[in-house]
Ligand binder design. Structure first.
Ligand code: ZN
Length: 314
């Protein structure tokens, strides 16, 4: 090989654009991300529930048991879904994205958009997909989505149907193989908590988590199939926007049952373990971008840290 040709091949390798050979043996797997959001899900209720799919993700992945839904500085956000999902999907806190309650007044998604915008800025060819049952996710927060299901649930019963349908659609999307980043949001756990109580001893609340676990099973089955048949490796993130106490969660900044939640980061390339290091909702976007190999630009002013390299305690 001539020195010039060698440098050329080296440059291609460094750029990471070497095409897979026909056998696929040398192909570097494409990194893809599935973000699963379960609204209003207390971590102690997951423990109480029979959730084989979540258990598998926790066992095989990294469980962050000390995730805060509020920033260490005062950012004026209430402990409700509007600011919570904005934190989780934009990667910045309410004093930047502007959403402090469920009115969405003052939102600044122009400057701090849904992270799909960041993925597409870095990689315009990337495809994104969003499936959700709480309408503001799709109608207020979401942008830059190539495939969107806004299941538009309003009442508790609607969420059961909507979550079921949207998980089937999301599994189909994963199987189709076009999307690099898929977000799947389930609303029924929060809805059941408001109706019956957010607590591991509340049967209906625990059962709603078990139902959602069944939907997560559909998504994981689709990912397992893709990983067997295609050069893809998925990171699966699971998170929530808040816990709950009694039948509410607003005004919960002094209440650990509301404020302290969890992050699960699981996948073939994630080292298993548990960490009690402080983690935050804004770490979700940082972790997704890290796994996709996207270095955040300074002018995005993102705030989180990737959880993937956190020290494991076991
Ligand atoms: Zn919520």
């Amino acid at each position: 090989m001539s020195a010039t040709w060698g440098r050329f091949v080296f440059a291609i390798l460094c750029a990471g654009i070497l095409a897979p050979d026909s056998s696929g043996a040398e192909a570097k797997p494409i990194h893809k991300v599935l973000l699963i959001g379960i609204d209003g899900c207390r971590p102690d209720a997951i423990e109480a529930a029979h959730t084989p799919h979540l258990d598998r993700l926790i066992k095989q992945g990294l469980y962050c048991e000390n995730t805060d839904i509020l920033a260490s500085r005062e950012t004026k956000g209430d402990t409700v879904s509007g600011p919570g999902w904005s934190n989780l999907l934009t990667g910045v806190w309410p004093d930047k994205h502007g959403v402090v309650d469920n009115s969405f007044k003052g939102s600044n998604y122009q400057e701090y958009p849904h992270f799909f915008a960041r993925v597409k800025e870095a990689r315009p060819e990337s495809k994104t997909a969003s499936f959700s049952s709480w309408p503001p996710i799709a109608e207020k927060i979401l942008s830059h989505s190539d495939e969107t299901i806004n299941a538009k649930a309003q009442h508790a019963q609607d969420y059961l149907v909507a979550d079921d349908e949207l998980s089937t659609a999301a599994a189909k999307c994963i199987r189709a193989g076009k999307s690099e980043v898929v977000v799947c949001y389930f609303g029924q756990v929060d809805e059941t908590g408001h109706g019956n109580g957010f607590h591991p001893t509340v049967k209906k609340y625990v059962e709603s988590i078990e139902r959602v676990d069944g939907y997560i099973g559909r998504l994981l089955e689709a990912i397992d199939e893709r990983q067997k048949t295609s050069p893809e490796t998925w990171l699966i993130l699971v998170c929530t926007d808040h816990g709950g106490l009694g039948t509410n969660h607003g005004g919960g900044r002094e209440k650990p049952e509301i404020r302290q939640v969890f992050i699960i980061a699981s996948g073939a390339e994630v080292k298993a373990g548990k960490t009690s290091e402080p983690t935050y909702q804004v770490d979700i976007v940082a972790t997704a971008l890290d796994y996709l190999g996207i270095v955040p630009q300074a002018n995005w002013k993102l705030e989180g840290q990737s959880v993937l390299d956190l020290k494991r305690s076991e």
